[in-house]
Ligand binder design. Structure first.
Ligand code: FRU
Length: 505
């Protein structure tokens, strides 16, 4: 007989179990789905295989949170049905009851997702869009009797609907991944859909199948009179490219039917330069008075997602991040920062000011298993700045800034367990231009991930790491000349599951 108490105590404390990122109690997770805010709760649904720790027949798992950090996992929301498995999709609040699914009042939650099966007597995949609705804040769901509501026999990869209410045209808008383009549909009621336009041919990167789009407006430089629309598009794994699956974005305008890219058609804008941030989309229906656009991705890569060395569960989400737009010399770009709610897991900080760096390592010892590091360093004569996180005497992850190439890199080739996939031991690189030769970095180190944000979120590198050692020591060096750390703060972070386990009791 299992010892119930022990089982509960060890849940969320397994080797490599993320302590401040969402993971399911057990089994396989991939894309975030149906992210919506409704009646005080942030909902996070996710691609879920409850019968295994590798990808399989997809369900929608479900968790809720009040602060985007502490999650309570709820029972599975959607199960495979007569139309197939439940692939990625979105949720909206049907405030005006345009569907007629709700009695009256404030409407309720509607999920729009892809049903995936195969054509009759054929192996050819069939992907069609369906609806489900909930009368009890997402706890239980009914599928719509008229499912599927949108299909196209010519297009095989036809999935991942993200839907939002377009105020000016008073219509629902759906962005749908259709092969290597995004097709836009509109609807008065989420049930009847009409083709509006297609975006993406000869635009951006086409290294793999396009998946999981999102489309939303943001202010540029915080100016409400200067709005632009952002389109996110994830690109599936292609063995010819070492990066595996990754996410690009476009910035432009949208009139309710057509998206116009404002960057050059061949410009490629990566959302994150690390290897492990995929299929991310943003929360729907965050109240206007809050006004944030909050994003979260699957912290993994299709290249090796089925092999990462965790046992009882597999798959985690990134930290939730607030997205904003800023204008730069290269055009308008996305900026991402962990949400401010992160303060709730901060413990004490140790702040050190003015450290002169040379080629001899400056060591910061006695660090924490879970930590945030904030650092501002002026490069002075240095050609390179190096911050190594030593997990043990044999394992380290290196963060390096090269002043000549202007590349910030994260090297996980010696970060711990790396042998489960040839593609895993990698160095990821992000271009970062500096102002006044000063670099600012914010790092979040969890049991099996490192998220690096540079220059207030202009650059992001999200990477999984599997260090066996957890006695982290930081070592800082300047190469080819001196550098000065203006400020270094190391903050211990607490586990989100202290609460999670209580909720589980
Ligand atoms: C992206 C994706 C989606 C699909 C889902 C299936 O990671 O391939 O396109 O809906 O995963 O689990």
């Amino acid at each position: 007989m299992t010892n119930n108490y022990q089982e509960k105590m060890s849940l969320y404390s397994e080797t490599y179990r993320p302590q401040f990122h969402f993971t399911p109690k057990e089994k396989w997770l991939n894309d975030p789905n149906g992210m919506v805010y409704f009646e005080g709760e942030y909902h996070l649904f996710f691609q879920y295989h409850p019968h295994g720790t590798t990808w399989g027949p997809m369900h929608w798992g479900h968790a809720v949170s009040h602060d985007l950090l502490h999650w309570e996992e709820l029972p599975i929301a959607l199960y495979p049905d007569e139309h197939g498995a439940i692939f990625s999709g979105s949720c909206v609040v049907d405030w005006k009851n345009t569907t007629g699914f709700f009695e009256k009042g404030n409407g309720g939650l509607v999920a729009i997702y892809t049903n995936a099966d195969t054509y009759p007597e054929s192996d050819r995949p069939r992907q069609r869009q369906s609806l489900a609705y909930s009368h009890d804040n997402g706890r239980t769901w009914e599928t719509y009797e008229g499912n599927p509501v949108l299909s196209d026999e010519d297009i095989t990869d036809y999935r991942d609907p993200k839907v939002f209410w377009h105020v000016e045209s008073e219509r629902w808008v759906m962005v749908l991944a259709t092969g290597q383009t995004i097709t836009i549909y509109t609807s008065p009621n989420l049930i009847d859909w009409e083709f509006a336009s297609e975006f993406g041919q000869n635009e951006g990167a086409h290294f793999g199948v396009w998946e999981c789009p999102d489309l939303f407006p943001l202010m540029v430089d915080g100016n409400p009179d200067h709005m632009k629309w952002v389109m996110l598009v994830s690109i599936g794994d292609n063995p010819d490219f070492k990066e595996g699956s990754r996410t690009q974005y476009f910035v432009g305008e949208f009139d309710g039917k057509t998206f116009l890219n404002h960057h050059d058609a061949d410009a490629i804008l990566w959302l994150d330069h690390g290897r492990d941030n995929y299929a991310g989309v943003s929360w729907s229906d965050i109240p206007e008075e809050n006004g944030r656009r909050i994003y979260l991705g699957w912290m993994n890569n299709w290249r090796y997602a089925n092999q990462v060395p965790t046992e009882t569960w597999r798959g985690a989400m990134t930290l939730p991040r607030e997205l904003t737009l800023i204008s730069t010399a290269g055009g308008v770009q996305l900026l991402q920062k962990p949400v401010s709610e992160i303060h709730s897991i901060r413990k004490e900080s140790k702040v050190t000011k003015v450290i002169e760096l040379t080629e001899e390592a400056y060591l910061v010892e006695g660090n924490h298993e879970l930590m945030e590091v904030n650092l501002v360093v002026t490069l002075e004569a240095a050609k390179e700045f190096n911050l190594a996180i030593h997990h043990s005497s044999e394992e380290k992850t290196n963060i390096r800034y090269n002043r000549i190439t202007h590349l910030l890199s994260v090297d996980r080739t010696q970060s711990g367990e790396i042998g489960f996939s040839e593609s895993f031991p990698a160095i990821s690189e992000c271009p970062v231009a500096l102002m006044d030769d000063t670099l600012s970095l914010q790092l979040f180190l969890d049991s099996s991930s490192l998220e690096v944000f540079a220059e207030g979120g202009r650059g992001a590198l999200t990477n999984l790491i599997f260090p066996r050692g957890i006695n982290h020591t930081l070592s800082l060096t300047a190469i080819g000349g001196g550098a000065q750390v203006e400020e270094l703060s190391v903050t211990e972070l607490s586990s989100i599951w202290e609460k999670g386990v209580c909720a589980y009791e």
